[in-house]
Write a protein that binds this ligand. Structure first.
Ligand code: UDP
Length: 471
């Protein structure tokens, strides 16, 4: 039997179930993983709620559309994550709590799915978001089911969580083992959340191992340190990221977002892309400063303004109509028409980052955004807002040298003025320092893409994971 036939045979009888946390930044990472596995011939079942499955598929249209995945629309009571208070310094995990609570409703349908697959399959492998640790205990109780946790944050952030939640002296470790002088990013997490992490770590002890959405070229030393941790030594670790597609399909159809058409007309590497992800909001005052800072920089930009962000500042002076966001935005859009675009709601981030006209990304440093930017070789202007973002910021700016700071975490309770925003844009886009940061970002982008290609570390880890589950 030739190698390819043998591989095909090995895949038969193996079913993989992926269980995301119902929040977009988590849902899409496991969708990417599901697509990668499915493209390799593994039968993949995506276990989410009807609403989330629809949302993630709609938003991820065009990203590896070829794969076949079995979507399971489990009943989940409707829930709404409250917007984090833009003025509060520590907001996590309050805004994700409804997702954690709702997720427990997936227990029964998940158990039924795993049982139904266990009967006809040679092996069932559950890959659950590490925040869905109830699934680890469930898998352990079912014969023929084996579980892996999936980490949707950086290895650096996981390492610091682990040290912090085990009550270790974070500062000593960071200076001693990581050789980083700046560091603690204190105040990222509440005690309540550190307790949650501790319990989660205990519960995932039953898993066979872990998958990380990162790669050695970005986080090699942190992955190695994680592997030295007592529990990690006993379990398998696969660093298979970045999971986001590197080549983004542009189907050239009428569905193409208007901002991409505009981007096509701009010079190479000239546009600043501004987005703060799906869970972060800025105060009205801060939105005003950002608008002024972007305009004052004189640089081209695409700014994604979520519906959650207020936009009263865009009203013409004396305008009595403060109710229509569309009208207010159109005033600002008119003012910056030549140089910028404000996109309300949702923009095709991957396509924007992959576009040759994009030269920098002003970001809250959510892990998806970091990985997407790094893998496209786009440098970051970092503006961390909550949870793991200050740590990702440190990684991107201080460790990798692929970004500059817009707002220091230590100044999180202060308004970031338009002048500081303008200056950080100019530092990256036209200053001497910016040239070096851009060069580093390009080099990291190349290394990341190499890690995904044949012979690269992430490709090797993904191959090893598939070989393990199909053995
Ligand atoms: N995203 C997007 N368009 C938007 C806003 C967000 O495509 O207008 C995607 C982005 O590409 C990323 C995810 O949503 O994959 C945001 O995840 P991240 O971890 O960066 O931030 P979070 O939303 O979890 O804070």
């Amino acid at each position: 039997m030739d190698d390819s036939r043998e591989a095909e045979t090995n895949l038969r009888g193996v079913s993989v179930v992926v269980l995301p946390l119902p929040a977009f930044g988590h849902l899409n990472q496991l969708l990417h993983l599901a697509r990668l596995l499915s493209a390799r011939g593994v039968a993949v079942h995506y276990a989410g709620s009807a609403t989330h499955n629809r949302q993630v598929r709609d938003r991820a249209r065009g990203w590896r559309p070829d794969a076949t995945i079995h979507f399971h629309d489990f009943p989940l009571p409707p829930f709404a994550s409250p917007e984090p208070d833009p003025r509060a310094a520590v907001k996590f995990p309050a805004h994700l709590q409804p997702a954690f609570d709702a997720a427990v409703h997936l227990r029964q349908p998940l158990a039924a799915l795993l049982r139904s697959l266990a009967a006809p399959s040679r092996r069932v492998v559950l890959i659950h978001d590490s925040a869905m640790s109830f699934a680890a205990a469930l898998a352990a109780s079912l014969p023929g089911v084996e579980a892996f946790s999936f980490h949707s944050v950086s290895a650096f952030a996981v390492l610091l969580y682990l040290w912090e939640s085990c009550g270790k002296q974070l500062e000593d470790l960071v200076v001693g083992k990581l050789n980083l002088a700046v560091v603690t990013n204190d105040g990222c997490f509440t005690d309540e959340f550190l307790g949650f992490l501790r319990r989660q770590h205990q519960m995932t002890g039953a898993d066979s191992g872990r998958l990380l959405n990162t790669c050695r070229s970005i986080e090699g030393p942190f992955i190695d340190l994680l592997k030295e941790e007592p529990r990690w030594r006993e379990q398998k670790t696969f660093a298979v990221g970045p999971l986001n597609p590197i080549v983004v399909a542009d189907d050239g159809t009428s569905c193409r977002h208007e901002c991409l058409e505009w981007l096509d007309q701009q010079p190479p590497s000239s546009v600043v892309y501004v987005s703060f992800g799906t869970t972060s909001s800025l105060s009205d005052e801060q939105v005003a400063e950002l608008a002024a800072g972007l305009q004052a920089s004189g640089q081209r930009f695409i700014w994604v303004l979520r519906d959650a962000d207020r936009a009263d500042i865009y009203a013409d002076e004396g305008s009595s109509d403060h109710t229509s966001l569309d009208k207010l935005l159109s005033n600002y859009n008119k003012a910056v028409h030549r140089s910028g675009r404000v996109v309300r709601g949702w923009a095709p981030q991957l396509e924007i980052l992959a576009h040759r006209s994009t030269g920098g990304f002003m970001s809250h440093c959510g892990w998806n955004s970091c990985m997407e930017s790094l893998s496209m070789g786009v440098p970051i202007m970092a503006w961390p807002i909550h949870s793991d973002q200050p740590r990702n910021t440190l990684l991107v700016t201080h460790v990798l040298g692929t970004g500059v700071l817009v707002r220091d975490w230590a100044k999180r309770n202060e308004l970031t003025p338009a002048t500081a925003i303008r200056d950080s844009i100019l530092r990256l886009m036209i200053g001497e320092e910016g040239k070096e940061v851009q060069r580093r970002a390009k080099a990291v982008g190349q290394a990341v893409r190499k890690a995904m290609a044949e012979g690269g570390s992430s490709k090797a880890d993904l191959d090893a994971f598939i070989a393990y589950i199909t053995s």
